[in-house]
Structures are given as structure tokens and as C-alpha cells.
Design a protein around this ligand. Structure first.
Ligand code: SAH
Ligand code: DHB
Ligand code: MG
Length: 222
């Protein structure tokens, strides 16, 4: 028997995730509005949700929003008083995300900040907007090191920092790559490896979104 990993993802989603009108509508609106289908998969989205719930997160920061698909999974993990701040450079993406979040019934928990995330994050640091319990980094990969450093500055001890797309079909291991996204992610691994305040690993994934992976780090206690 031969079965493709995307079919297994569909099989898993069918059993453990099921039909989810808010998420289905969000993906449909994203497509209708011309957004690229580069959201996390359903299984990955639910993993983000499980992780946020398991640490009792009530303040979440998301860098790179697209139409808010991963945001819906994360925001649903929040308690009533919870807050999710999301950063997005593209005003059209932010508008579509706002519509999706409101339609999903969690719009009141989510604050969208439109602009280049490096700038937004540096303002957030200046204004001591932390601490966050979980940071999900999923924006332009050349800025991964800047996002990681800002996340570390804004996160509490025990917080999780998760970075999407760190494997890219194995290309991350190519030391001669000139692709800015790969260079950014390779630099991220170097910085995290040398960072005593983080305990980190990376997990490869296959499935609906192909062969990729995510880095997951916990901020050590002082
Ligand atoms: N997390 C989303 C997918 C995000 S795709 C999900 O899984 O559903 C990456 C997003 O990062 C895009 O919407 C893109 O516009 C945004 N982005 C790219 N460069 C950025 C930057 N410099 N600052 C903030 N957002 C950026
Ligand atoms: C791309 C970005 C992502 O965040 C992702 O999950 C998949 C692809 C991209 O820029 O191609
Ligand atoms: Mg991604």
C-alpha cells in the first residue's frame, strides 16, 4: 500500500479536526481575495492551539498573519481575558484577516498592527508591551533573527517561541545557498544555538503543506 503524506493529513484531519465552518470560511475568503495558500495546515494549526492551551497562554504574539488562519487556532486557545497581537505588513491581508476573525467570533480578542514587523516590534519593546506567553513567527524569513530577538525580549520565562518553515524541503542544510529566506533561517539556527536563554529543537513535518518543519523553543527561567 502506498499513501501520500497529504492523504494522511486529510485522514487525520477527518478524524481529529473535522469540519470547522469558521476555518473553512476563512480559507475560502482568503482564496477569493487572492491570498496565497501558505497558511499552516489544519493539523499544524491545531498543534499551535494545543501548545497554547497547555501552557495556559493568555497573551500571544503572532508575526505574519496572512488571512488569520493560524490566528484563529491560537486565539481559540485564549481564556476570556486573553489577548492576541498580530503583526502584518500587507493592509489587504490585515483586512481579510479582520473579516475572518470577526466571522469566527474571536475578533474582540485580536489586535492587528499593520506595518513592517521589525518596526512594530521595536516600538513594542520600547513601550515594554510584554510579557507574552507564546510567540509564533511566520513572516518574511530573511528577518527571522530580528523576530527571534524581539520575541525573546518580549517573552516571559517559560514562554514558547515557535518559528514556521525552518526546513523548506531540506534546503536549510545547504551551506552554499544564496536564497535570502534560507540564509535567514540558517542564521536563526546559529543565533538560537548560541543563546543561553533558550532551550530549542526543530521538528520536520510532512503532509498537506509538503516537507517543511518548525523550530520550538522555551525561554529559560532567569
Ligand atoms: N501565519 C499565517 C501565514 C503567514 S504567511 C497562517 O499560517 O495562517 C506570511 C505573512 O507574513 C504574509 O501575510 C506576509 O504579508 C507577512 N509579512 C511578510 N513580510 C512581513 C513583514 N516585514 N512584516 C510583517 N509581516 C510580513
Ligand atoms: C511561504 C511562507 C510561509 O509562511 C509558509 O508557511 C509557506 C510558504 C512562502 O513565502 O513561500
Ligand atoms: Mg508559514
Amino acid at each position: 500500500m502506498s499513501v501520500a503524506s497529504a492523504e494522511v493529513d486529510a485522514w487525520i484531519a477527518d478524524r481529529l479536526i473535522g469540519g470547522d465552518p469558521a476555518l473553512d470560511k476563512a480559507l475560502a475568503r482568503n482564496a477569493a481575495e487572492g491570498l496565497p495558500a501558505i497558511d499552516v495546515s489544519a493539523a499544524q494549526g491545531k498543534l499551535l492551539h494545543v501548545l497554547a492551551r497547555s501552557i495556559g497562554a493568555w497573551r500571544i504574539l503572532e508575526v505574519g498573519t496572512l488571512g488569520g488562519y493560524s490566528t484563529i487556532w491560537l486565539a481559540r486557545a485564549l481564556p476570556d481575558h486573553g489577548v492576541l497581537v498580530m503583526l502584518e505588513i500587507d493592509p489587504h491581508h490585515a483586512e481579510v484577516a479582520r473579516a475572518n476573525l470577526d466571522a469566527a467570533g474571536i475578533g474582540d480578542k485580536v489586535e492587528i498592527r499593520v506595518g513592517p514587523a521589525v518596526e512594530t516590534l521595536s516600538r513594542m519593546e520600547t513601550e515594554s508591551e510584554g510579557p507574552f506567553d507564546l510567540v509564533f513567527i511566520d513572516a518574511d524569513k530573511p528577518n527571522n533573527v530580528a523576530y527571534l530577538k524581539a520575541a525573546l525580549a518580549l517573552a516571559r520565562p517559560g514562554a514558547l517561541i515557535i518559528v514556521d518553515n525552518v526546513v523548506r524541503e531540506g534546503r536549510v542544510t545547504d551551506a552554499s545557498s544564496t536564497d535570502a529566506a534560507i540564509l535567514g533561517t540558517r542564521a536563526l539556527f546559529d543565533v538560537v544555538a548560541a543563546e543561553p536563554r533558550l532551550t530549542a529543537t526543530a521538528i520536520q513535518t510532512v503532509g498537506a503543506k509538503g516537507w517543511d518543519g518548525f523550530m520550538i523553543a522555551v525561554v529559560n527561567d532567569e
